[in-house]
Design a binder for this molecule. Structure first.
Ligand code: FMN
Length: 185
């Protein structure tokens, strides 16, 4: 089996992450992989923020701004504040929408998602791990503002990144026969 296929078939998210986070050399490789995302019209419609250390505390304060006691689905202030502490590093994936006449906005989001998936693979190849998370913090205006996003930018997700503290139980993966068919049949 090819090394690439082996590494894709071994990919798994890890929710329990600890130090160390990847250093500059690994991050450079990881972002070089992100830059290989398929990209209609070569718009480069993505950018990334790397947050660690005290930045995670500051991010928790930004998350806490969206607390809403009237919304039963919204996490509490304390939970929002603590969320970024689930990993020693967070990489925020941001889609920079560019209103290209031939490239619908969804294609820019998909391109960001491809880059983020490559990043997860690259992290794992270097002995680290990650987990892509969104939830209400990814879609709230207050978080976009707190992170300094421009009006045309949207959060594609937060990659929680670090070294696996424990490995989660293996997930059963769907059999391709259950989601692939020929057309016309
Ligand atoms: C766009 C996106 C958003 C996600 N948001 C969350 C999330 O907020 N919380 C969560 O537990 N998993 C979230 N996930 C799923 C996990 O990242 C992970 O893929 C899932 O637990 C399955 O594990 P696996 O990656 O090992 O297959 C999200 C995945 C994607 C693609």
């Amino acid at each position: 089996m090819s090394k690439t296929i082996e590494s894709i078939l071994a990919r798994t998210s890890e929710p329990r992450l600890t130090t160390p986070a990847p250093g500059p050399d690994v991050l450079e490789e990881v972002f070089a992989c992100a830059a290989r995302a398929p990209d209609h019209a070569l718009l480069r419609p993505w950018r990334y923020l790397v947050i660690e250390g005290e930045g995670l505390t500051a991010l928790g304060e930004v998350f806490a701004r969206i607390a809403d006691a009237d919304d039963p689905l919204m996490p509490t202030v304390e939970k929002l504040q603590q969320m970024p502490r689930r990993a020693p590093m967070i990489i925020v994936g941001i889609t920079c929408h560019q209103s290209h006449p031939k490239v619908p906005a969804i294609e820019e989001s998909i391109s960001t998602g491809c880059g983020m998936a490559y990043m997860l693979l690259a992290l794992q190849a270097r002995g680290f791990a990650g987990m892509w998370r969104t939830g209400p913090v990814a879609y709230h205006e207050a978080v976009r503002e707190g992170l300094g996003l421009a009006p045309n930018e949207r959060i594609a997700g937060f990659l929680y990144v670090g070294t696996p503290a424990t490995h989660k139980p293996a997930l059963e993966r769907p059999d391709p026969a259950s989601f692939v068919s020929r057309w016309p049949s």
